[in-house]
Design a binder for this molecule. Sequence first.
Ligand SMILES: [Zn+2]
Ligand SMILES: [Zn+2]
Length: 449
Amino acid sequence: MILTIEGQLTPDDVRQLKPCYFDVPEGTTQIHFNFKSAPKHPQGHEFPHQLSLMICDPNGPCLSIYRAKEEGATINAVNPSPGGVPAPIQPGKWTIFVLVYRLLTPEPPVNFTLEITLSTDEIVGEPQVWEPGKTALRGPGWYRGDLHAHSIHSDGSLDIPELVQIWRDRKVDFMTLSDHDTISGLGQARSLSDDELLIMGGSEISTFRGHAVAVGVHEWFDWRTLEGKQIPVPEIARRVIDSGALFTIVHPRNEGEPWCCGCRWLHKDMMPGNALAIEIWNGYWDQRNEEALRLFYSWLDQGHRIVATSGSDIHRPPSANKPGHGAVNVVYAQDLTENAIIAGIKAGCSYISAGPKLIFTAKSESGIEAMLGDTLPTEPVELYVRWENANADSVLRLIVDGMPYAETPINEFGELRWQLKRSLQWCVVELRQPSNGLWAVTNPIFFER
Ligand SMILES: [Zn+2]
Ligand SMILES: [Zn+2]
């Protein structure tokens, strides 16, 4: 049986969930969706409209199509398309939400057709069961890894083994799969964890007013209800955090509308609200990240205890010709497990680096020692920094309460001490190349207010 739903989108639909309903009869075993829209490109623009689909059975989301593909997508109990979770087809009222992220010109309107093919053919086989891979415990130490990556399960071009291989080649200790609004790739990804690489759960909650990566989730946390309502982000964040995961605001200063609705963080009730972390380094270091770093500093100045993170946000194989430098998170954790890495990040005991090693500690006048994320009493302190593998022409910059406090040219290796006499709230260390941006930045050491 084939059902056809037609509709029209205008700029008024940007940031809206356009629901389309259809009934699924008892005995249906598979549904195929084909979404076509025309015209494809806004007038005069190279890039296409950005439309996504979220498909919900009577109980909730089951197939997320972040970018509709020519060949369409299928849901069934055995082998759904990437973005879908295998489950027997539930009879009853289904909903397809058309999500409008980008639609630039008022004329002509965009016409869409949804072709829904329902089948009762027997689906042979059993869904693949993925056994989580095991990572041997290594004990307390500094671990390096990525917190933001995409695969074919949303808008990436890499399948899970290809994505995992990139991070193996980069010799990191952990990585996070964070496809847009789906967890369908997590089982396979986690099955590839081994002693060399821990693969953590995750999903990028991709709202119309900003994206957040829930690091360490294994279930579907959706920001949309079956009635087409958008759940307030503080509530989503609370649910994510209550599950033990990390709620991280990502690429907060990316270009926003009209180029990309949702890419810039605009949730006024989450500046930063109950978010635990902010991604200040997304992809390669650039002006967007410089602005995200400033936003992080302004939140610290306001008294928020929020942690800075980085994410590659990788979507396709890295291009050898593209200049720039990306970073990883270097986290002090009690072990190489998902819980321990998340605990280390939550504690703020981490720094972000594109290569250099950066150790930053402090000791108060009364002898109390602090690591990243710790709080010292308000009294004179000695700050200690040690670095390795800095590039030529680098400087070390001490930031105190958001302002540059000291800056020193440095060699490839070295150590340095600063004395701070006045009362202050927080301090971090940046390692920069004045000609080529940031190479490393720590999370803060705090002082009692
Ligand atoms: Zn995003
Ligand atoms: Zn992303």
